[in-house]
Ligand binder design. Structure first.
Ligand SMILES: Nc1ncnc2c1ncn2[C@@H]1O[C@H](COP(=O)(O)OP(=O)(O)OP(=O)(O)O)[C@@H](O)[C@H]1O
Ligand SMILES: O=C(O)c1ccc[n+]([C@@H]2O[C@H](COP(=O)([O-])O)[C@@H](O)[C@H]2O)c1
Length: 190
């Protein structure tokens, strides 16, 4: 099966992520998208990161009824911080029957050279890029491993949502209802 891996902290998952996942899972040649919850992105501060089990749970709640979208907890069991090449190698060995590729925003493509063994990622895996405003696709544009998609965009960030919740603002519709209830029920991000 052709599976697109969408890595993120998902702190929390929001409709910006879900629009990308749905587009990739249902409008491209990918048959499934797996949301891979990263305990700790090697290039990000850990400061306002809530625990990985709550982030995993929210990703699952958000995609319970989704078509062709699954959530993977693989990085929760691997060493931290989570280097994408290590996760790809692990998945490739564990599921030889699947063909894995990556789903990545143009913001991440712009900093790909800082990733561990990025040349190996580019050599061995296909990458589906979606545009992020402010991050023009320049480098790697014509690389054989890169496909640029026309994904609809919703410019929302988890940072915006965390700040809004902290300030007592209403984030209904920015995250799915089940995620909103989970955040309220556990008093997260206050
Ligand atoms: N609104 C959005 N539209 C498209 N892609 C997004 C959006 N928000 C985040 N992404 C992408 O989703 C991936 C996972 O993102 P991540 O979980 O770090 O979320 P984030 O909203 O960017 O988080 P934060 O604000 O905490 O940095 C990243 O590659 C990021 O570029
Ligand atoms: O492998 C790396 O070196 C690497 C460096 C930076 C980011 N990543 C992964 O990319 C994913 C999305 O990154 P971000 O910055 O949008 O949160 C996240 O899950 C990280 O684990 C991976």
């Amino acid at each position: 099966m052709k599976i697109g891996l969408f890595f993120g902290s998902f702190n929390p998952i929001h409709i910006g992520h879900l629009i990308i996942a749905n587009y990739m899972a249902n409008y491209t040649d990918l048959q499934q998208v797996w949301l891979v919850v990263s305990p700790h992105n090697p290039l990000k501060e850990k400061s306002d990161l809530i625990n990985m089990y709550d982030r995993l749970e929210m990703a699952k709640l958000a995609t319970e009824d989704a078509i062709n979208i699954r959530v993977s907890d693989v990085e929760l069991k691997l060493p931290q911080p989570s280097y994408t090449i290590d996760t790809l190698t692990y998945l490739h060995e564990k599921y030889p029957e699947h063909e894995f590729s990556l789903i990545m925003g143009s913001d991440n493509l712009a900093s790909l050279k800082k990733w561990k063994n990025y040349e190996l990622i580019l050599r061995d895996y296909h990458i589906h890029i979606y545009p992020r405003p402010g991050f023009e696709i320049q480098e790697f544009k014509d690389h054989q491993s890169i496909t640029i998609t026309e994904t609809p965009l919703m410019e929302l960030s988890a940072t915006f949502i965390r700040k809004a919740v902290k300030e007592g603002n209403n984030v209904q519709y920015f995250v799915p209802d089940k995620v909103l209830k989970f955040i309220d029920g556990k008093n997260l991000y206050r």
